[in-house]
Design a protein around this ligand. Sequence first.
Ligand code: SAM
Length: 222
Amino acid sequence: MPHSLKTPAIASVLDRLFTEAEKNDPAILAPLAEETRRQGGALDDRKLAGALSQAFIPVSRDVGQLLYMMVRTSRSRHVVEFGTSFGISTIFLAAALKDSGGGKVITTELEPHKVRRAREHIAEAGLSEFVEVREGDARETLRDVAPEIDFVLLDGWKGLYLPVLQLLEPKLRRGTLLVADDIELMPEMVAPYVQYVHSEDSPYLAVKVPMGDGLDVAMWTR
Ligand SMILES: C[S@@+](CC[C@H](N)C(=O)[O-])C[C@H]1O[C@@H](n2cnc3c(N)ncnc32)[C@H](O)[C@@H]1O
């Protein structure tokens, strides 16, 4: 099955962004990890947000490709992403829509300079018609997303996974897929979300997938 991830426009942007992220992020993440260790637990959201405002912290290439396959094989049209950063995961999601006949990724990002860069990268990849980047706090920007959502990627601040899910839940359809990233990286912060989707009487079927920084994949079954 042909796909567009290896076409020059998309491959060159992804290669450049992954290379930039590899160069840029360690100098930001190492001191944060040290401070977290010294403090004996997660840093507060504001401190984390300030420290990470210049970091890419993208999904891995493998996770990006898995997202591409999931969106494409589920024939998703309406995709929602929490946490755009510089647009790497968005490019995988939008490429899947392009290759399966269309649709839109509504993605949201708090940092204005990341929004600007993400829009540039998405345009460079030739995917702007498949993406709407909303600037601001997901708890506001995703309020008026239309039903029915086919696919959700949760990759913003980890403590907000559950509130963002609760905001979107009325708009899910039977079979909507949800992927939450970083569940092994920050287990305490994602615990409310993971407990909710895995609980005995949960309306979700959920599995943990040990890939990248840990994924939780859930399907809405009501
Ligand atoms: C892990 S990064 C996203 C990486 C991106 N998905 C990728 O793979 O390239 C998380 C992003 O979520 C953004 N973010 C955090 N809290 C947010 C909120 N409440 N609303 C919107 N964006 C938020 C951060 O600014 C950060 O850029």
